[in-house]
Design a protein around this ligand. Structure first.
Ligand code: HEC
Length: 131
């Protein structure tokens, strides 16, 4: 019986720490995940529009507003703001959140990868400097 109780306690401790990690996101792990985005997106002080728009300051940015980037109408007129909740849904299934988007990326299947990549993106201000 005692052993069961101990096991139950350590499992709930594990679950609690996993919840904290996924709510906050791990920016260092997100930098690794961002490698898949880097095929098309740049971020940081020297970032330019590439296949996709540069992502400096994207968390909290209105969709379709990077100057000089040729967005699809679907993205430009989506009316979305890339807050954390919207980004979380978008990065899971981009084509469901923005039907007709030209972002040719199926989405990140793992919630932890999404939380981590958002934590990474959040570090960069609109000028590409780390906040
Ligand atoms: C194969 C290329 C490609 C990959 C990989 C890719 N994207 Fe994109 N992304 C695009 C394109 C192209 C657009 C512009 C979509 C449009 O105009 O419909 C876009 C748009 C976006 C937008 C909307 C930006 C805005 O200003 O409205 C966000 C946010 C975004 N991508 C994040 C990501 C993240 C984070 C990843 C990695 C997990 C990623 N993308 C992977 C090509 C890509």
């Amino acid at each position: 019986m005692r052993r069961f109780r101990l096991a139950a306690i350590s499992i709930s401790t594990l679950l609690a720490s996993a919840r904290v990690a996924s709510a906050a996101g791990d920016a260092a792990a997100g930098e690794v995940t961002f490698k898949v985005c880097r095929t098309c997106h740049q971020i940081g002080e020297s970032a330019r529009n590439f296949v996709g728009p540069e992502l400096n300051g994207v968390v909290g940015r209105k969709a379709g507003t990077v100057s000089g980037y040729n967005y699809s109408d679907a993205n430009k007129n989506s009316g979305l703001t890339w807050d954390e909740a919207t980004l979380t849904k978008y990065l899971k299934t981009p084509r469901e959140v923005v039907p007709g988007t030209k972002m040719a990326f199926p989405g990140l299947p793992r919630d932890s990868d999404i939380a981590n990549v958002i934590a990474y993106l959040k570090q960069f201000g609109p000028d590409g400097k780390k906040l």
